[in-house]
Each structure stands twice: as C-alpha cells, then as structure tokens.
Design a protein around this ligand. Structure first.
Ligand code: ZN
Length: 116
C-alpha cells in the first residue's frame, strides 16, 4: 500500500510507495522546534511528487544539505529533500501532512538535532 500527502492548499501533493508509517521522529533543531514536523524518511525512488516544482519554494541553511521545501501559496512544508548521513539521497515526509495517519498513535522517537 502507498500513502499520500499534501500541503494545505493542495498545490503540492505526493504519493509514497510504502505502507503508512506507524513511527515518526521529532527533532529539536533550530528549524524543527519552530515548524514541528513529524519526520518519516524515504528514498527518491519511492517518492512521486504531483504537480509542478514551480509551486515549491526551498529554504536552505547551515550546511545546505537539506532543501526545506514549502508551498509558495499556503506556506505548509509537506516534504524536504537532501542527503542522509550515509551520503545517499533521501526524502523527508512530514507526517503531519500525510493522509490517513493517526498522529496521536505514532510512536515518536526524539532526535537531539540541536546538539548536532
Ligand atoms: Zn499549498
């Protein structure tokens, strides 16, 4: 089974070719403490973005290894793209933007991004 997600206005939507996650990661780094995403990580081959890249704005900071994407219209950040610790391309899914995921049922792992 795959699962889908989107920004608030619907300009950005995607399908992830895997089962809807039951776990997520919360991070306390400078951007996550403000944006509060619930992270799930996948690989580019499982990620299909629908619509146009023109609707996606990107913010980069620090080492510039992650493109923190957000919708140009509604400002919601349903995914990010970057390079994982293993040097491979990864896609971050913000599970708060995923359809059909019970956020209260997710098993949350806390990552101390503020110290990295
Ligand atoms: Zn939007």
């Amino acid at each position: 089974m795959s699962f889908t997600g989107s920004c608030h206005c619907g300009a950005i939507s995607y399908t992830v070719d895997e089962d809807a996650p039951t776990k997520a990661m919360a991070c306390n780094c400078s951007i996550c403490r403000r944006k509060a995403p619930l992270h799930h990580f996948t690989t580019p081959d499982k990620f299909a973005l629908h619509g146009s890249r023109d609707d996606v704005a990107t913010y980069k900071f620090n080492h510039h290894v992650i493109g923190h994407h957000f919708c140009k219209t509604c400002g919601i950040a349903p995914f990010a793209e970057g390079t994982g610790p293993d040097g491979k391309a990864m896609v971050e899914i913000n599970l708060r933007c995923a359809d059909g995921v019970d956020l209260d049922a997710l098993e949350i792992t806390h990552y101390d991004g503020a110290s990295h």
